[in-house]
Design a protein around this ligand. Sequence first.
Ligand code: AMP
Length: 205
Amino acid sequence: MNIILLGAPGAGKGTQATRIEEHYNVRHISTGDIFRHHMRQQTEIGQLARSYIKKGLLVPDEVTLRIVGIALEESKNENFMLDGFPRNINQATELDKIARIDKVINIAVDFDVLMNRICGRRNCPECGYTTHVSQLGGEGTCPKCGSEMQQRMDDREDTVKSRLTVYTEQTAPLIEFYKAQGKLFEVDGMGTPDEVFAEVRKVLG
Ligand code: AMP
């Protein structure tokens, strides 16, 4: 089964993706993670992506489609879960030409909650653990591996505002796109990660 995780920034796609990956036999493909990997490696794609990501804008489709094409090629004989892709109608149309999608899960969260979730998000650069600053109890270190927790450069307030605008204008129309294909499943993303995952399991079986 091939899955797409849809949702605004901060809806909890990454958190659910980790759980889905543990419970179901799917390969997790996150375009945001791939771009961040390229940025750390300072590749040409990384440098280009950085100039868009730091402004909260979408990386051009041509580049994004290229990295997704490579990731799908690598997972040719495996089921996959796309997280953060597609993010506009053009990407979704192009995806339909190269892969079969079975289920699209839209994680719905109230907009006023998203800002607090994203601006408070902290990540561990070593092990990838992600949590809200309020859960760190004043400590700046990762509870899993002890490294210094960091804030993503695009999780700062001014960038988050443009990410949410981009979501509303370009990504939200995908809900109707996949509804029309009969593939859309709505999940309430306002609960705890466990509660949301219980909903996800009802969809994935
Ligand atoms: P994410 O980790 O999914 O929130 O992605 C972080 C940033 O990477 C986004 O704000 C975009 O700038 C860029 N990005 C990730 N996925 C895509 C995509 N499908 N299309 C264009 N840009 C993307």
